[in-house]
Design a protein around this ligand. Structure first.
Ligand SMILES: NC(=O)c1ccc[n+]([C@@H]2O[C@H](COP(=O)([O-])OP(=O)(O)OC[C@H]3O[C@@H](n4cnc5c(N)ncnc54)[C@H](OP(=O)(O)O)[C@@H]3O)[C@@H](O)[C@H]2O)c1
Length: 299
């Protein structure tokens, strides 16, 4: 005997199964339209990256959403798909694993035939205060915030160059501390703030050298401090009181994607300024580049 409760439950289960099936098919089929511009934003499952993903999809970019958290990543993809503009696909990769970064880069090169914008945004803040080490044995903030993006950018450079004009944006910070080349992995005198600030300055050194390498290619690369204490998980987890919106930070990122702003510069929000003096030390930049090649196996 079927009771009305049993019939209702079976009906609900059937609806859930059908909608999961439809969404599985939909996500499998999300592909850019011919000629559509494509952007990859690392760390777009939350905060600033998520806002930039929405802004670019509203401009009809196909967005490659990245992060570790699949649930939040698929939510961003679903929201973009529901808006009827752009299009999106989620790729999971932990930047604390160079093997996962290599796989991410390879997948993107295999799955897409162009890349117009790369926003290196994923990051860990100054919290937690203790020293953490990546799967590869490197100080974790140095790897996630800087080194993995060094590797990923190199993997994706052919796509960006083939498709120039294109843009690379390195989301750095006003928090910058000189790199001590005798203790890059911060085995002595560690603090979360120092690790964060060192990794963020490393991104700027990289930006300046890469811009020099790319001169004449129409691939422009710039770095920025998006805004101070935006209302994001990073800021809230550090126990700080938010003072800016992700929208304010996204305005700065979008300027570096859409406007004529040169290359190899550091911006605070929408204004080009000088970074920490180590960024202009050619020897320091050469040492960091060489070390990064060694650590990522790019040599
Ligand atoms: N918030 C500010 O006021 C502020 C100020 C200056 C600069 N910034 C910079 O802005 C960028 C975005 O920060 P946010 O404030 O938007 O922080 P957030 O909300 O915490 O977002 C960080 C993003 O990075 C991803 N991520 C973190 N660790 C990762 C890992 N190991 N592998 C892969 N992805 C990882 C997270 O994705 P999953 O959780 O899915 O892994 C998330 O999407 C960062 O580079 C930050 O340094 C922020």
């Amino acid at each position: 005997m079927f009771t009305s409760a049993t019939v209702k439950r079976s009906f609900c289960i059937a609806i859930i199964l059908i909608s999961s099936f439809i969404s599985a098919i939909a996500s499998a089929q999300m592909t850019p339209n011919p000629g559509q511009k494509i952007a990859l934003i690392t760390g777009s499952t939350s905060g600033l990256g998520r806002e930039v993903a929405f802004r670019l999809s509203a401009m009809d970019y196909f967005v490659i959403v990245h992060g570790r958290n699949q649930e939040r990543g698929l939510e961003v993809v679903a929201q973009i798909e529901d808006s009827g503009l752009g299009g999106a696909r989620f790729y999971a990769a932990d930047l604390g694993s160079l093997q996962q970064v290599r796989k991410l880069g390879e997948d993107i090169v295999n799955d897409f035939d162009r890349l117009d914008v790369l926003v290196n945004n994923a990051g860990i803040g100054s919290s937690p205060a203790r020293r953490l080490v990546s799967e590869d044995g490197h100080e974790l903030r140095f790897q996630v915030n800087y080194l993995s993006h060094f590797l990923l950018t190199h993997q994706l450079l052919p796509l960006l160059q083939d498709n120039a004009p294109s843009r690379i944006v390195n989301v750095s910070s006003g928090a910058q501390q000189e790199i001590d080349f005798d203790d890059v992995m911060l085995e002595n005198g560690f603090s979360g703030g120092r690790a964060y600030a060192q990794s963020k300055l490393a991104q700027i050194l990289f930006t300046i050298d890469l811009a020099e390498d790319l001169e004449g290619t129409e691939v422009l690369v710039n770095a920025l401090h998006p805004a101070t204490y935006m209302d994001t998980a990073m800021v809230r987890n550090a126990g700080a009181t938010p003072r800016a919106t992700v929208g304010e930070g996204a305005d700065g990122v979008m300027q570096l994607i859409t406007e004529d702003i040169g290359s190899g510069n550091y911006f605070v929000r929408q204004r080009s300024v000088r970074a920490n003096r180590q960024a202009y030390d050619e020897d320091a930049r050469a040492r960091l580049w060489q070390l990064s090649e060694q650590l990522t196996g790019l040599e």
